[in-house]
Design a protein around this ligand. Structure first.
Ligand code: NDP
Length: 502
């Protein structure tokens, strides 16, 4: 079978990159070539932004409940294709099939949830301080949204950005990660099939390094919604800030699971293994730290090491695989580079620690699930995002020390505590400086009806998902209607008026 070519989608048409260039999309488990991908130029970006601008008024004025109907149809199509999408995702970025199905399901959940906002988008109607005057607020679309997305959730994360942007009447230029163009194409195909008018979504494939600055600084782009590394997020924010554009960033994490002395240790182990090694540790919510009370630390480490060693690495399409590859050779190198860094600082490798090249694994990018012990909260492996199957165990003597350790990194995305003591649980819920807190569950597994995002350097104050997502993609407009037929001065005549109250 000939290798397919993935094209851009601009103004309702599938097009090669203007320069004709392509790059390769390969399977990180096997090295197999999946597709040749349009390598866009800035001229393609200009066309996409132009198309999005031209489509803006038509889409903005199309009734929101009707926009919702298109989203419902998209959700239905996703549901019928869930298994095919999941298989393509595993081939493209490596995570095991069950997790890829979860990724698609999250996209479906988000699409349905946001479709309902077509008939909500509540504003406030409040009493005015002056007689015969009406006061209310409503949402207004921001304009053209650039959605720049990562490879680790190649279906769900784009829906988190695209669906709320669409329901509020914005149009879109979508730049997915270069490791996962296929799932981006599939999502756009679904929206096209669901009846999205031309120009409302435009897909640009190609290198973020080459195209990013042009997209972000383009005068036709009003809002940049970005998920990815802190370095790129900070670079985008700098450009966006200078141009006074709205920039929403969802960045890294250094998430921790606390296991207190009164915890159900076996239950905590289920959460730790799932959160540390699921998606090969490539989740922004992955548990890359385990903070264990000294009275249970040995039991936690012994059991964790035993379980990590039993995990089977392999192609995510095979039912026997527990942990898939990491996404690329450079990511493998980066993950592995933390092992000597850890050892140099005094940590010990208790499980894993190697790149796996045995048999068929040699064709892909596999790293053993790794447990580091003798880790102190200030070591680099306890501070920096590794984004691979590596977790670091830190021992503490009290709940206070545990909370201090949780909060000791620059990030603030997700945290978890295992305890049977309700007082400790509530203290943790109150004091953890993270946007997401779990009690007696691991650090991963957010649901789309609540806000998603983090404190401190994990982001810049915005939240995705839930109702909070609507705030990113809309401006508030406050409207006053004076039907008194005379000049009424707020704060002046109102203050006078109180003297003549009936
Ligand atoms: P990046 O931040 O480089 O990539 C994320 C997205 O941004 C991709 O679409 C990428 O395009 C694009 N991009 C890259 N450079 C620019 C730029 N200058 N301007 C605008 N867009 C740009 O992350 P990586 O994929 O390289 O992953 C590196 C690290 O980022 C990981 O090790 C991890 O720590 C973190 N990360 C965090 C995620 C999270 O969910 N919080 C998700 C993914 C990564 P392209 O793919 O073409 O380079």
């Amino acid at each position: 079978m000939a290798t397919p070519t993935l094209q851009n989608y601009i103004d309702g048409r599938w097009l090669d990159a203007s320069g004709g260039g392509t790059f390769e999309n390969t399977n990180p488990a096997t090295g197999e070539l999946i597709a040749n991908v349009a390598k866009s130029t800035v001229a393609d970006v200009d066309r996409a932004v132009d198309a999005a601008r031209r489509a803006l008024d038509g889409w903005r004025l199309y009734p929101a409940p009707k926009r919702g109907e298109i989203l419902y149809r998209a959700g239905e199509i996703m549901l019928t294709r869930k298994d095919d999408l999941a298989r393509e995702m595993t081939r493209e970025m490596g995570k095991v099939l069950a997790e890829s199905r979860g990724d698609v399901q999250e996209g479906i959940d988000m699409t349905y949830y946001i479709a309902g906002e077509g008939r909500r988008q509540f504003g406030d109607v409040v009493p005015a301080e002056l007689p015969n005057k009406w006061a209310m607020s409503m949402r207004h679309p921001v304009g053209v949204v650039a959605a720049i997305t990562p490879w680790n959730f190649p279906f769900a994360i784009p829906t988190w950005k695209i669906m709320p942007a669409l329901i509020l009447g914005n149009t879109i230029v979508f730049k997915p990660a270069s490791y996962t163009p296929l799932l981006a194409v599939r999502l756009v195909e679904i929206l096209e099939e669901a009846g999205l008018p031309k120009g409302v979504i435009n897909l640009i494939l190609g290198s973020g390094g080459d195209l990013g600055d042009h997209i972000v600084s383009h005068p036709g782009v009003d809002l940049i919604s970005f998920t990815g590394s802190s370095d790129t997020g900070s670079h985008i924010s700098e450009i966006g800030g200078r141009l006074l554009k709205r920039v929403s960033c969802e960045l890294g994490g250094k998430n921790a699971i606390v296991v207190l002395d009164d915890a159900d240790v076996d239950l905590s182990l289920d959460g730790i293994v799932w959160s540390a090694f699921g998606t090969s540790g490539q989740r922004c919510t992955a548990a890359s730290r385990v903070i264990a009370h000294k009275s249970v630390a040995k039991e936690v480490v012994d059991k964790l090491v035993g379980r990590a060693k039993k995990l089977r690495l392999g192609n995510g399409l095979e039912a026997s695989t527990d942990v898939g590859p990491v996404v690329s050779a450079s990511q493998l190198e980066r993950v592995h580079s933390f092992i000597p860094i850890a050892e140099k600082e005094g940590a010990t490798v208790a499980a894993g620690g190697h790149v796996s090249t045995e048999g068929a694994l040699g064709k892909g990018f596999f790293h053993e699930p790794t447990v580091l012990v003798d880790v102190k909260p200030n070591m680099r492996v306890a501070q920096e995002e590794i984004f691979g199957p590596v977790t670091a165990v830190i021992e503490v003597s009290s709940v206070d020390e545990a909370i201090k350790a949780v909060n000791s990194t620059k990030y603030g995305l997700s945290s978890s505590i295992y305890t049977r003591n309700v007082n400790n649980a509530f203290r943790f819920m109150r004091d953890a400086e993270t946007g997401i807190v779990y009690v007696n569950a691991g650090t991963i597994g957010a649901e789309i009806q609540l806000p998603f995002g983090g404190m401190k350097a994990t982001g810049n104050g915005h939240r995705e998902a839930g109702r909070a997502a609507l705030d990113v993609y809309s401006e508030w407009k406050s409207i006053y209607v004076d039907y008194s037929g005379k000049l009424q001065r707020a704060q002046i005549d109102a203050a006078e008026g109180t003297k003549t109250a009936p």
